[in-house]
Design a protein around this ligand. Structure first.
Ligand SMILES: [Zn+2]
Length: 159
C-alpha cells in the first residue's frame, strides 16, 4: 500500500488519452485521491480491489476508479459531472434490492440502491443509485455520468 499523496499515478496510454479528452487533469485526480485517503471516503469493490472515489470541486464533481499499488496509484478511469448530488436526502428505493458489488470503505457496509436527489440549474431529479445505507454516500458509475447525466445536463443548458 502506498498512500503517499506524492506517489506516481500509473496510467495505461488509453486511459491517459481518455482523461485528456474529458478535460480531467492530474490536479483533479490528486484532489480526489487526497480526499479519499484522508477520511476513507471511497467505495470498494471487493471482487476486483478497485476503489471508486469522488470529490466535489465547486461546479464539477470528479470521480476516480483506482487501486493503490506498490509503485503508485493505478488509475483505471476518471469522469466528471456537473449535476450536484444533494447529500442527506436519500430515500428507500421502490426497486427490488440488488447486489451492487460495492461497499462503503468508511462504514464497511454494502451499498444498496436508494432514490437519490440530484440538482442542476434549478431543476431537481430523483434517480435510483447505489449508496451507503449508513452515511448515504452515493456511487455514480461511469455510464451514468458520461451518458445519462451528461445528456440531462445538455438538455437543461439548452433550455
Ligand atoms: Zn458509508
Amino acid at each position: 500500500m502506498n498512500n503517499d499523496d506524492a506517489a506516481p499515478l500509473l496510467f495505461e496510454p488509453m486511459v491517459q488519452e481518455l482523461l485528456e479528452q474529458r478535460g480531467i487533469r492530474e490536479e483533479n485526480i490528486r484532489q480526489v485521491l487526497a480526499f479519499a485517503r484522508a477520511g476513507k471516503m471511497f467505495h470498494l469493490q471487493p471482487a476486483t480491489g478497485h476503489c471508486l472515489a469522488s470529490f466535489n470541486a465547486g461546479k464539477v464533481t470528479y470521480w476516480l476508479e483506482y487501486q493503490e499499488e506498490e509503485g503508485g496509484c493505478r488509475i483505471f478511469t476518471a469522469y466528471s459531472h456537473r449535476m450536484k448530488i444533494l447529500e442527506g436526502y436519500n430515500l428507500p428505493s421502490k426497486q427490488q434490492p440488488v447486489e451492487t458489488g460495492w461497499i462503503c470503505a468508511k462504514c464497511e457496509a454494502p451499498l444498496a440502491i436508494a432514490t437519490v436527489k440530484l440538482t442542476y440549474l434549478d431543476e431537481t431529479f430523483a434517480v435510483d443509485l447505489p449508496s451507503c445505507p449508513l452515511c448515504q454516500r452515493v456511487l455514480v458509475n461511469e455510464e451514468q455520468a458520461v451518458s445519462k447525466m451528461a445528456l440531462a445536463e445538455r438538455m437543461l443548458e439548452d433550455k
